[in-house]
Design a protein around this ligand. Structure first.
Ligand SMILES: Cc1cc2nc3c(=O)[nH]c(=O)nc-3n(C[C@H](O)[C@H](O)[C@H](O)COP(=O)(O)O)c2cc1C
Length: 244
């Protein structure tokens, strides 16, 4: 007897490209704005300019990268946080009207927004911050240490509270659905995977430790981020800090 088709397999089949069924070639009439901006943030923090040359060699970084789950209480510095944000979502080229970023994104649509739970970052108050890509700054969305709540929301993975900062990526679905329709869900996750991978390499190059997080209670993380989980929804997180 054929096993009932699970939602995962159904998704994979329903989002396949076929030569005779290329829905991705029909653009929806209205494109979502490429950047999110939060109105009335508690404060805005302009980040130090990132380094764009030098640093540890790529092969050494690749050889050294390892997931780290034991973090020391030492805080991140603001230049380190700036470097990590730039290395993932920073603008690295301008082509016509398009601002291209450090990390690849399907169709250069960049649907994944970056949030930072700052537990211990020098010069950056504890709380939730949103990365404003265009001017390399952070907008503060809430004040107070959210580490314990975040750890609980991430299946009680306590390192979320012990890490100096936890990055969270959430997809603005319409930004990619405009072009890719339901297939965009594949790309939202692929984009997020690139971000998490690149963040780990950048953290390693700075002598920091990190671990990617795919295991979390979606509704709880979305609630902490202030997201509805439909129009914009959390996909992936990475905890960063000094290794113990
Ligand atoms: C998509 C994805 C999700 C992950 N989720 C978690 C997680 O929720 N908790 C955790 O401790 N590690 C998580 N990891 C880290 C993996 O366990 C780790 O990469 C793997 O054990 C290999 O070890 P390495 O990264 O040191 O090479 C995740 C990694 C990936 C790529």
């Amino acid at each position: 007897m054929r096993e009932e088709q699970g939602i995962g397999r159904h998704f994979q089949n329903a989002t396949k490209y076929h030569r005779d069924r290329m829905q991705g070639h029909r653009l929806r009439p209205r494109q979502a704005p490429p950047f999110s901006r939060h109105e009335n943030p508690l404060s805005v923090l302009k980040l130090p300019e990132p380094e764009t040359a030098g640093g540890m060699g790529l092969w050494e970084v690749v050889a050294r990268r390892r997931s780290v789950r034991d973090f020391s209480p030492r805080p991140l510095s603001l230049p380190q946080l700036s470097q990590l944000l730039w290395a993932t979502q920073g603008i690295t080229a301008t082509v016509g009207p398009h601002l291209l970023r450090a990390c690849a994104s399907a169709g250069a649509l960049y649907p994944d927004e970056t949030y930072v739970f700052a537990n211990r970052v020098q010069g950056c108050a504890p709380g939730l911050w949103h990365y404003q890509v265009q001017d390399h700054s952070l907008a503060q969305l809430s004040a107070g240490d959210l580490g314990d709540q975040l750890a609980a929301a991430c299946l009680h993975q306590e390192f979320c509270a012990e890490a100096a900062a936890v990055f969270a990526w959430a997809a603005v679905v319409e930004r990619a659905a405009w072009k890719y329709h339901d297939r965009c869900y594949r790309y939202l996750y692929l984009d997020a995977g690139h971000l998490g991978g690149q963040l780990q390499l950048a953290a390693c190059a700075l002598g920091l430790g990190s671990v990617n997080i795919g295991a979390f209670f979606d509704d709880e993380v979305n609630q902490l981020l202030g997201l509805d989980g439909e129009e914009e929804t959390a996909l992936y997180l990475t905890a960063v800090g000094h290794p113990q």
